[in-house]
Ligand binder design. Structure first.
Ligand code: ATP
Ligand code: MG
Length: 601
């Protein structure tokens, strides 16, 4: 694994263009004038209108000729950078037996997200959502000695996930193309190096594709493990919220940790006192009441301790168990952060029936005392440290207790990141106040550690003949999603604007006019372009120039060339799709200039 990331320059030229001259008169393409009714985001709208993709079912799309070219171009960039770090391409089936996923617990853990099916003999199968199991087994099958390691393997393959909310066309599909790679190392330092190589390769891929992105620290999600980062493309339409600080901190909201204040002494703090606080089931009503009765100081919501009751269930467990979460009353609960914190257990809010089964829970007046007395696990926000005093429920209708001190009057079972992260909160690394931004996950790199090696007993025989447990990394890029993300970041009101590297052609040549001289002149120019190695989308259709121009804008090839009346006086028009700039170019210079534009990337 000696290879390092090399420069992109010599790799930008080769392009997937199986038909160097594409005649639009016979191209399998019908552009649409109207937006599809179900399209919420620009990339979806434009990719459908421009005839790149077509919907088959929710989250399931076909690729038409131009779309497939862009997809293949993106795929090629990803492959080049994987090969450059010494990863080796292999391919697994998408249709997989249940057993390996049963062995790691993911058959159950993935829940309804997996497409499961049965064969004619009743055997259980699934369509692979990700392939850690198969890669681990493959390496176990081929390798045995420490001398075999390290190794990095990858594939580019369709993945299947029955997403709860397939969305925005190919952005969140139920079938989608992913590059997934896996590293296998003997020791932690090796894993760190494989991780670093992937991190650099991913940065190179996304740089080459011209994307604006951030790298955020992430929670480990469905996998459990240590270091984990996500690459998020910055877009307003993104589903992922992340936070950043002026000092360069960036993290998924789920990964933000709350700096805990130092614990204080409980000595000399006022005694806890229960008060009759009629009709105060909400924080707001409680604060208003406390300030109205005059307890000698002013209260705010931040002085109250709000106790939220949830239930959790470990994967495969038959029963739910109660979980009490205490957090400052001025903060809302962020269920996604709780989900990340308790993963792989599921979590849900309590319903009426749950409350009926636990009469010691007095809704609106729940306090730590009843939880402790009834053996309910109680986790608190990290700001609730020893020596902090709170107003909280007294476990009796219309009653609260004031000056209940953590570490003196109640002892939580631990802390949990359950509270919403707010703009202005301090970054955990001290790099300043946080602000929220939106993005779309395009890549994920992840130090898995030994979870999968443990599940399958993947060992290498060491120099001393003792087995060494292998440590793994897993790394994913959403290849089909990238097509949508590029479109999302690069379009205008008229259509798509592809970066040259992934455009479906180098040149979009429009024949503007029906005169034989114009047609013949354009044909000759197209042929010269092809001879110079340029791929040409040639609009030789029998249509009005206005229609052709509109389609050229919509389709988004970076350079549009118009061959029209100017040919008679020896000029064609170049239009830069990005800037809109038009230039008259002498016919004799056209091919050379187009080749130069392509080579400039
Ligand atoms: P997300 O948080 O967006 O659901 P994930 O964390 O489940 O993604 P991973 O398992 O890390 O995704 O998959 C690796 C990459 O595959 C992601 O970074 C993303 O680019 C892509 N991807 C994941 N799910 C989808 C999907 N439903 N459609 C298209 N691409 C996807
Ligand atoms: Mg992820």
């Amino acid at each position: 694994m000696a290879a390092t990331v090399t420069g992109a320059t010599d790799r930008t030229r080769a392009r997937y263009a199986p038909f160097v001259l594409t005649r639009m008169s016979s191209l399998f393409l019908r552009t649409l004038r109207d937006d599809p009714a179900d399209a919420e985001v620009p990339s979806h709208r434009l990719l459908v209108r421009a005839g790149y993709v077509r919907r088959v079912a929710p989250g399931i799309y076909s690729w038409l000729p131009l779309g497939l070219r862009v997809l293949r171009n993106v795929e090629r960039v990803v492959r080049e950078e994987m090969d450059a770090i010494g990863a080796q391409e292999i391919q697994f089936p998408a249709l997989l037996p249940r057993e390996p996923y049963e062995a790691t617990g993911r058959w159950t853990e993935y829940g309804p997200t997996i497409f499961r099916l049965k064969d004619r003999k009743g055997g259980d199968y699934l369509l692979g959502p990700t392939h850690e199991e198969l890669f681990t087994l493959a390496v176990k099958g081929e390798y045995s000695s420490y001398k075999d390691y390290p190794v990095m393997l990858y594939q580019v393959q369709n993945k299947y996930r029955d997403e709860a909310r397939p969305r925005a066309g190919i952005l969140r599909g139920r079938e989608f193309l992913m590059k997934d790679s896996y590293s296998f190392d003997l020791a932690d330092e090796g894993l760190a190096e494989s991780y670093r190589l992937h991190r650099e390769a991913y940065a190179t891929i996304f740089d080459r594709l011209g994307l604006e992105y951030v790298i955020v620290s992430a929670v480990s999600g469905a996998m459990g493990g240590s270091a984990s980062e996500e690459f998020l493309a910055i877009t307003e339409t993104g589903e992922d919220t992340y936070v950043r600080s002026p000092g360069g901190y960036a993290a998924n909201v789920e990964a933000v940790t709350t700096p805990a204040p130092p614990a204080r002494s409980v000595e000399g703090l006022p005694e806890a006192q229960a008060h009759h606080t009629p009709d105060t089931p909400t924080i707001e009503s409680l604060v208003t009441f406390l300030n109205a009765v005059g307890l000698g100081r002013e209260f705010t919501a931040a002085d109250t301790l709000k106790n939220v009751l949830l239930k959790t269930r470990a994967p495969g467990a038959p029963e739910w168990s109660l979980l009490g979460v205490g957090l400052p009353g001025d903060r809302e609960v962020d269920l996604k952060r709780i989900e990340a914190a308790v993963h792989p257990a599921e979590v849900a809010l309590l319903d009426e029936a749950d409350f009926a089964r636990a009469p010691f829970l007095v809704k609106g007046y729940i306090g730590p005392a009843a939880l402790a007395a009834n053996g309910v696990r109680y986790l608190v926000d990290p700001r609730v440290v020893t020596g902090t005093a709170w107003v909280t429920g007294a476990d009796k209708i219309d009653h609260h207790v004031v000056d209940l001190v953590c570490g003196r009057d109640f002892t939580p079972d631990g802390t949990i990141e359950a509270a919403e992260v707010r703009p202005g909160d301090p970054a955990p690394d001290g790099s300043g106040p946080l602000e929220a931004a939106r993005g779309i996950e395009i890549g994920h790199i992840f130090q898995l550690g030994r979870k999968f090696a443990d599940a399958f007993g993947l060992d290498a025989l060491g120099p001393d003949s003792k087995p060494v447990r292998i440590t793994m990394g897993s790394y994913g890029v959403g290849v089909s999603r990238l097509v949508a993300v590029i479109a999302e970041q690069s379009h205008d009101s008229d259509g798509l604007i592809w970066p040259r590297l992934v455009a479906p052609a180098d040149v979009h040549l429009v024949v503007a006019g029906n005169a034989a001289e114009i047609r013949d002149g354009a044909e000759a120019l197209a042929a010269e372009c092809v001879a110079a190695g340029l791929s040409v989308l040639f609009d030789d259709r029998d249509a009005r120039p206005g229609v052709k121009f509109a389609d050229a804008e919509l389709i988004g090839v970076p350079t549009i060339v118009v061959a029209g009346r100017g040919l008679a006086s020896g000029v064609v028009e170049f239009k830069d799709r990005r800037t809109g700039e038009r230039t008259e170019v002498p016919r004799g210079e056209a091919v050379g200039r187009l080749a130069a534009l392509r080579d400039a990337g």
